[in-house]
Unconditional design. Structure first.
Lengths: 112, 116
């Protein structure tokens, strides 16, 4: 079975500062890992995903995430926050059963 | 390319009433998903269709929820009768084949249901 823990339901960063959203996963099999973003009143949009291969994954809008098996982590980062990054971010995991399990989400606030 | 369409966007009903949501996936997408997203939680899969067949409905409360995907295109999710705890956003998503987990799921804007 798979599960996801997102640390911090709310994260605030200043515009231009580093964005770091934390995600730890549990999986009995090699996981597939995802980050989704949800803007107000919109559906989820895939930011990036890790399946196999390179552990540093680059996504849209300047985001990237690194798969660290030893730490069971898949943290999301962006070097410089922009006001338009304000949204809710969901980490998700899947195993061989193809079912995606989502975390509870982290709401990112950008301070001017 | 048109995205996943859902209607209505908002619905308010009283408990014990029935309600239905509609989803039209991206053209050509074989797999369709319905998720329930309760406030403060991540989406939870309710049912997955591959064309017009059900692949997974293990988390669908079948005593009150039903879903169909006639002709393998659009889909309807129904709740009858609704309970207070059904208040949530219902998200529809589709993917090209659904046979590979690496297939990207594309989400609609959701229907926000409030049960009073």
């Amino acid at each position: 079975a798979q599960s996801v823990t997102q640390l911090g339901s709310h994260v605030s960063v200043s515009e231009g500062a580093l964005v770091l959203l934390r995600c730890n996963y549990s999986s009995s099999v090699p996981p597939y890992l995802f980050w989704y973003v949800q803007y107000p009143n919109q559906g989820l949009q895939l930011l990036l995903k890790y399946t196999t291969g390179a552990t540093l994954v680059k996504g849209i809008n300047g985001f990237e995430a690194e798969f660290k098996k030893s730490e069971t982590s898949f943290h999301l980062t962006k070097p410089s926050a922009h006001m338009s990054d304000a949204a809710e971010y969901f980490c998700a995991v899947s195993g061989w059963d193809d079912k995606i399990i989502f975390g509870k989400g982290t709401r990112l606030h950008i301070l001017p | 390319e048109a995205g996943v369409a859902q209607s209505p966007r908002y619905k308010i009903i009283e408990k014990r009433q029935s309600v239905a949501f509609w989803c039209n996936p991206i053209s050509g997408h074989a797999t369709l998903y319905w998720y329930q997203q309760i406030l403060g939680q991540g989406p939870k899969l309710l049912i997955q269709f591959q064309n017009n067949g059900v692949v997974d409905d293990s988390q669908l409360p079948k005593d009150r929820f039903s879903a169909e995907r006639l002709k393998g295109v659009d889909s309807t999710l129904k709740i009858q009768p609704a309970k207070l705890e059904d208040s949530a956003v219902y998200l529809c998503a589709s993917s090209l084949s659904g046979r590979e987990i690496t297939d990207t799921q594309y989400f609609g804007p959701g229907t926000r249901l409030t049960v009073l």
